[in-house]
Design a protein. Structure first.
Length: 247
């Protein structure tokens, strides 16, 4: 998931995985570096600027898709990981095709709204006491805990720690709130056909909100350590095992 659409990226190298294991919070790492920002923002920016200036859906969708494709090719040529740029190009292509088929520029953003709704529901359900189903254990399985444990190799031990479980339930609900806020602002604009305002809102509520939520996640994990992983608090903050107990 990219900052521009979802906000809970997967894997240990970027997003929650990188945030959970870092000694210091790095906005660049959390959002995939400057190149990741450009790949996430530029296609949408090109679309909203072009549709506002020309009112041509063909030009706006074509240029946005072209920018996304160039980003993917640039990564391929420089032999850098292609996953994020390729996913972005496919996503822009689906959005552009949807808008072209309906003839409504607002439908360029329909899939983004749908993804935000799906992520909000999935994350919310993951915090509930679920029944055991097949290989999945019963009880709450908050998504932030699962992602961080996967990134740190901590397994499922965090689920037996009430403090960690409560923390990840709260963090997961914070991310649910992010998705819900996007939907609350952007859905009325979509229904009203306010394409320019919708495009601006999408850009403004993409990386900035993601960065804020990522920082809060990192800060919370610093206090108790990542799910199933070692304590990542600063050495000077850790208790000395050999120190006498306080009276």
């Amino acid at each position: 998931m990219s900052p521009s659409t979802s906000s809970v990226p997967e894997g240990p190298r970027t997003g929650l995985g990188r945030v959970a294991t870092a000694d210091r919070f790095s906005l660049s790492d959390a959002i995939g570096g400057p190149r990741g920002v450009v790949e996430a923002v530029l296609p949408g920016l090109v679309f909203v600027v072009t549709i506002t200036a020309t009112r041509s859906l063909a030009w706006a969708g074509g240029l946005a898709l072209g920018v996304a494709a160039v980003a993917a090719v640039a990564r391929l040529v420089s032999r850098q990981p292609l996953q994020q740029a390729l996913a972005g190009a496919v996503g822009v292509g689906i959005c552009a095709l949807t808008a072209w088929r309906t003839g409504d520029a607002a439908d360029f953003y329909w899939w983004g709204l749908l993804l935000n709704a799906v992520y909000a529901v999935v994350l919310a359900v993951s915090t509930l006491p679920l029944p055991k189903a097949g290989p999945l254990p019963g009880g709450p399985l908050p998504v932030t805990g699962l992602l961080v444990a996967a990134a740190t190799g901590g397994g499922s031990a965090w689920r037996t720690d009430p403090a960690q479980l409560r923390l990840h339930q709260r963090l997961t609900w914070m991310w649910v709130g992010l998705f819900a806020l996007r939907l609350a602002v952007q859905t009325p604009l979509y229904l009203a056909g306010a394409v320019t305002a919708l495009g601006v809102a999408r850009l403004a509520m993409g990386i900035p909100l993601f960065a804020a939520a990522a920082w809060v996640t990192w800060l919370a994990l610093r206090r108790v350590g990542p799910a199933g992983g070692p304590d990542v608090s600063r050495p000077q903050d850790r208790p000395d095992p050999g120190a006498p107990a306080a009276p």
